[in-house]
Design a protein around this ligand. Structure first.
Ligand code: ADP
Length: 212
């Protein structure tokens, strides 16, 4: 095989990898329904679900060093620092050798995280397919989170001032991340109010359009 053929084959193989993976950022404020919808989407599309909140909670429960570091921020409704979050996310991604794709739930939550994710995926010949953003108004979010506290046992759901702080932090640090994906034509807003099935149907319609 000559060098030219080899180069073409390598480029083709890399392009196939990019095309094959379906990498979705499921976006939205706390209480928008990212976790609920992720469960349905991962089954339907055979994706790996990576929820940074769940991973942090797992680490807290198992009293790891990462858990101890994250807890101080989570208890106040603040974001865990980028450096900790990005390295944790990357080490989770590499645990899956040949995934069909990922649902990133709760990540990226800052512009620095979005840029790091793009760079990291590019180094693995992959990219984000799209960001699906669940849109829910603020009072509905607060109602949902306080209600979720009765079953989730999450301290950050139970206290209204912490809930409000999480939404403030979302508006300040996280909402601008949507612009990052808008600028590259990968953003799609989806109405996050209705039955779980109605919202799933909206998400799938958008995802199918991006995937084909
Ligand atoms: P919710 O979307 O309801 O806020 P999560 O489980 O996604 O719930 O997040 C819970 C908490 O975990 C956040 O308030 C924050 O402290 C921390 N966290 C989760 N993901 C990130 C992230 N990408 N960057 C920084 N902190 C995060």
């Amino acid at each position: 095989m000559n060098v030219c053929t080899l180069v073409i084959r390598v480029i083709f193989a890399a392009k196939q990898t990019i095309l094959r993976m379906l990498n979705v950022v499921l976006f939205g404020p706390p209480g928008a329904g990212k976790g609920t919808q992720s469960e349905v989407l991962l089954q339907r599309y055979g994706l790996v679900h990576l929820s940074t909140g769940d991973i942090f909670r797992y680490n807290i429960k198992n009293a790891t060093e990462l858990g101890q570091q994250a807890k101080a921020f989570m208890d106040k409704g603040e974001l865990v620092p980028d450096s900790l979050t990005i390295s944790m996310l990357e080490s989770e991604v590499v645990k899956h050798p040949d995934p069909k794709g990922f649902i990133f739930d709760g990540f990226p939550r800052t512009s620095a995280q979005a840029e790091a994710l793009d760079k990291f995926l590019a180094s693995r010949n992959a990219s984000i397919t799209c960001m699906l953003a669940l849109e829910v108004d603020e009072e509905e979010l607060i109602k949902r989170l306080l209600n979720r506290a009765t079953t989730s046992g999450r301290a950050d759901d139970a206290d209204e001032s912490i809930v409000r702080n999480r939404i403030t932090v979302y508006n300040r640090e996280t909402a601008p991340v949507a612009g990052y994906y808008q600028s590259c034509g990968k953003y799609c807003g989806v109405k996050g109010v209705g039955t779980v099935e109605e919202i799933t149907a909206r998400l799938c319609a958008e995802l199918d359009a991006f995937a084909h």
